[in-house]
Design a protein around this ligand. Sequence first.
Ligand code: BTN
Length: 244
Amino acid sequence: FGQTIYFEEEVTSTQKMAHQLAHEGAKEGTIVVAELQTAGRGRMDRKWFSPKGTGIWMSLILRPPIPPQKTPQLTLLTAVAIVQAIQEVAGLVPDIKWPNDILINGKKCVGILTELQADPDRVHSVTIGMGVNVNHERDQFPEDLRGIATSLAIEKGEKIKRARLIQEVLLKMETLYRQYLQHGFLPIKLLWEGYAISIGKEITARTLNGTIRGFARGITDEGVLILEDHDGTIHYIHSADISL
Ligand code: BTN
């Protein structure tokens, strides 16, 4: 990955730019990285705080030969790659909260956003956006984020080299993606479950259709969360915010 890299000083959103490039036929492995995003986007129409020079704001284009319903697997794969890279470069041990938040000491330091262009039976491109809070200091976060967000530098107590982390994320992504194409999702799923904090615990899932409380029993082979409520009914959760 990264044969073609667009390195931008300032963009509205690397995700928006990569999505456009994918539409224009950009190759698998194309990457957009920016120093600053003026309109960084998060899941569920939220904003992503993307100040200049302290984070990794990056989007990667993939063209996997899979049907659209399997794309959540790639989000989980990305979370595993980023966790492994953080462990290697920063020596920190992050947790994954389904589907794709990466937390250290209960606070979020990474967000992943996956968007696709697809027909009903075939994916044309998947754009995976990654936001990593690397060297933010605590008082750089807006007040409403201070209680829930953190950076690697805050947790580690020293600054981390962003270029080294980007390199390691791409290496891990490439290794896992190759493994995924060869052997399927199962090996990735096992790794993911090893890092996940919510599985086996009682959680609340807020979906667009309402709130469900129950036990997270695991994920399906497609990366969908399996939730058992107090009546024993099994719910399959495709998209939600969960809290422990
Ligand atoms: C989330 O809501 O947790 C996902 C956040 C994803 C943020 C990244 S930063 C790079 C890429 N460009 C964007 O506008 N968003 C993603």
